[in-house]
Design a protein around this ligand. Structure first.
Ligand code: DCP
Length: 215
């Protein structure tokens, strides 16, 4: 395939409140990109059930169900084809597994058996290649910045999120994307300083998307 017709898939990753949605809204204005937003709406209304609120209200009861559903919905988005040269995803099945599932397990919220079941499903879902990525853009923000942004946006389900939770999730992102301890078949990772103003973050991400397509 020539470089002009080759298609790319990018995942925009980063902690809760790091600014993924605003970066995606910005990239959606580019004719190069087709944006696939994370299905948060389907998590707050799963045939009338708000599984995101249920997760935060009682993580021991709902952590497994929430993450099973998140993995499945994300796998479907990975399999979706797009017309534009660059498909941009908000998060991926990889952050569901390496950040959220891992964090719930290490916090002793997920039982060992639940963790193994989710891991087995994850391995099966990614094994066919439909979840492959060409690039990860990591919006790296301090947990303090993320907390401020979460408090400003007032998503009702997230009122219980505190700095400690964001710090542990930040560590999971760092282990995965900076220390690279999941290196098997991992795509390249570009780190963008997401503590900057959103205008600076837009400029940086645009540059990386253009570089990917032109190389
Ligand atoms: N979530 C979760 N487990 C996952 C994926 C998400 O518990 N596997 C939760 C965390 C948040 C909500 O879903 O409460 C959405 O989180 P994201 O960080 O994916 O999306 P945001 O909209 O918060 O991102 P941003 O603020 O960067 O735009």
């Amino acid at each position: 395939m020539s470089s002009s017709t080759k298609k790319f898939t990018i995942a925009v990753e980063g902690n809760i409140g790091s600014g993924k949605s605003t970066v995606l809204a910005h990239l959606s204005k580019s004719s190069l990109c087709e944006v696939i937003a994370e299905p948060v709406e389907s998590w707050t209304n799963l045939k009338g059930h708000n599984v995101l609120a249920m997760l935060y209200d009682d993580p021991h009861r709902w952590g497994f169900a929430f993450q099973a559903n998140a993995q499945m919905t994300l796998a479907k988005l990975h399999a979706q084809t797009t017309k534009a040269p660059v498909k941009v995803m908000e998060r991926s099945i990889y952050s569901a597994r390496y950040c959220f599932v891992e964090n719930l397990y290490r916090s002793k919220i997920l039982h060992g058996a639940e963790y193994e079941i989710l891991n087995e499903w994850f391995q099966t879902l990614v094994s066919g290649g439909s979840c492959d990525l060409d690039l990860i853009i990591y919006l790296r923000a301090s947990p303090e910045t993320c907390l401020q942004r979460i408090q400003m946006r007032h998503r009702s389900e997230e009122e219980s999120i505190d700095l400690g939770y964001l710090q542990t999730l930040h560590e999971r992102h760092e282990e995965w994307l900076i220390q690279r301890n999941r290196t098997n078949n991992s795509p390249p990772v570009i780190v963008v300083d997401a503590n900057q103003t959103k205008e600076r973050v837009y400029i940086d991400t645009n540059t990386h998307v253009n570089n990917l397509v032109s190389c």
